[in-house]
Write a protein that binds this ligand. Structure first.
Ligand code: PLP
Length: 397
């Protein structure tokens, strides 16, 4: 009977991130730097207001693109906070950033159309693209070049089937931000080659060292061809509410709403009320969370810099570090499993994000500083052991 499963689903490999989590569940004293979600709970005031709204009757289907007052508030937020200069007609609220990805690819992809995706990349991009009939074409980046997507590499990957260029900044899994001059170049290239642009900016509020989030949407000519993907998940610690959004050209958003109406009808009503409460709360709450991630980033970076065999770029956003371990191991998958079983620390092998990430592991600094310190002590002990084992193997002892 299993042969009846659709090829496009059978081809999808189970999530490495979920697999590590399942293994970890069976062990004691685990510290997980695995799954990418804030460890903070949603602010109690947000939950309280959402539940209050539920009690007063916000429990019905909503417009497919979200409640009018939420779309208005989101519009005001995007314009005030990021200067995006959008209108409510250019916005659709979705069931998580994931829901926006689903609708976007369904709207723009014909069978065989190609989407250029900087590698390493968020693993869900591939199934999302393939389920809509498209092809993910990875554009490799390298640790040596700071995982920066070069316009030359993008240009080399363009074919007659290329329809969309994806960007993800701040970036999962590297925690790096695309430099402004690269966004300039990519925008010029997208215009020259007549590509649509999908910019995944779900980590837009989590940027460090006084930076302001920057978007390709602001480059000349981009408003007509760029759709930006956003989410309440990371910025407002609301992963479980499943609330995201997209904004872009009105003609494209209109088509996305058509798709959303038939996929999910609408995003969950109570989650939308929570989203509205989140946008109305004091901005300092989000800033405090971002500041805490920066403190953890500092702690992690300082320590990893001094570990033998570890190379690392300083993360500038999101809550991930992506250290290179090629001096320690040539198999980061095995490394991650051994680390879990010997020291009960979860990291994600970089190959889960595509071949360009193979020599690295992803560490999410989504535990408090004490637990992070403990995890790094265990990590340090483990790599010392690994280096010794490697030396013994080399000398044949
Ligand atoms: C780069 C990126 N895009 C999109 C998402 C989807 O987020 P959500 O559906 O929770 O909004 C994630 C979640 O980890 C992500 O890392």
């Amino acid at each position: 009977m299993q042969t009846k499963i659709a090829d496009v689903v059978r081809r999808i490999r189970p999530s490495v991130i979920r697999d590590m989590a399942l293994r970890a569940e069976k062990l004691d004293h685990v510290i997980s730097l695995g799954i990418g979600e804030p460890d903070f709970h949603t602010a109690p005031e947000i939950s309280r207001l959402a539940l209050q709204d539920a009690e007063s009757g916000y429990t019905h289907y909503t417009p497919s693109k979200g409640y009018g007052d939420l779309v208005e508030a989101l519009c005001e937020y995007l314009n005030r906070y990021f200067g995006h200069g959008v209108s409510p007609e250019q916005i659709a609220v979705t069931s998580g950033g994931m829901g926006a990805l689903t609708a976007y690819f369904r709207v723009v992809l014909n069978p065989g159309d190609e989407v250029l995706v900087p590698e390493p990349y968020f693993p869900s991009y591939r199934p999302q693209i393939e389920w809509a009939g498209g092809q993910l074409v990875p554009v490799p980046t390298s640790f040596e070049q700071g995982f920066v997507l070069t316009p030359e590499a993008v240009e080399r990957a363009i074919t007659t089937r290329t329809k969309v260029l994806m960007i993800n900044s701040p970036h999962n899994p590297t925690g790096l931000i695309t430099p402004p001059e690269i966004l300039d170049d990519l925008a010029r290239l997208a215009e020259e080659k007549d590509l649509l642009v999908l910019s995944d900016e779900v980590y837009d509020r989590l940027v460090f060292d006084g930076r302001r989030h920057d978007s390709i949407f602001h480059r000349p000519g981009m408003r007509e061809r760029t759709t930006v993907l956003g989410s309440f998940s990371k910025s407002f610690a609301m992963t479980g509410w499943r609330l995201g959004y997209a904004f872009g050209p009105e003609w494209l958003i209109k088509e996305m709403v058509k798709v959303l109406a038939h996929y999910t009808s609408c995003p969950p009503s109570v989650s939308q009320r929570a989203g509205l409460a989140a946008l109305r709360q004091d901005a300092s709450l989000v800033d405090a969370m971002a500041a805490e991630f920066q403190t953890r980033r500092d702690l992690l970076y300082e320590k990893l810099c001094h570990f033998p065999g570890v190379k690392i770029h300083k993360p500038t956003g999101a809550f991930y570090a992506f250290p290179n371990l090629e001096a320690i191991t040539d198999n980061t998958e095995q490394f991650a499993l051994d680390l879990l079983y010997e020291e009960q620390v979860v990291v994600i092998p970089g190959g889960a994000f595509g071949a360009s990430g193979q020599k690295c592991v992803r560490m999410a600094f989504t535990v408090d500083c004490d637990r992070l310190t403990e995890a790094l002590d265990r990590f340090s002990r483990f790599i010392t052991k690994q280096m010794e084992r490697k030396k013994l193997r080399r000398t044949g002892a």
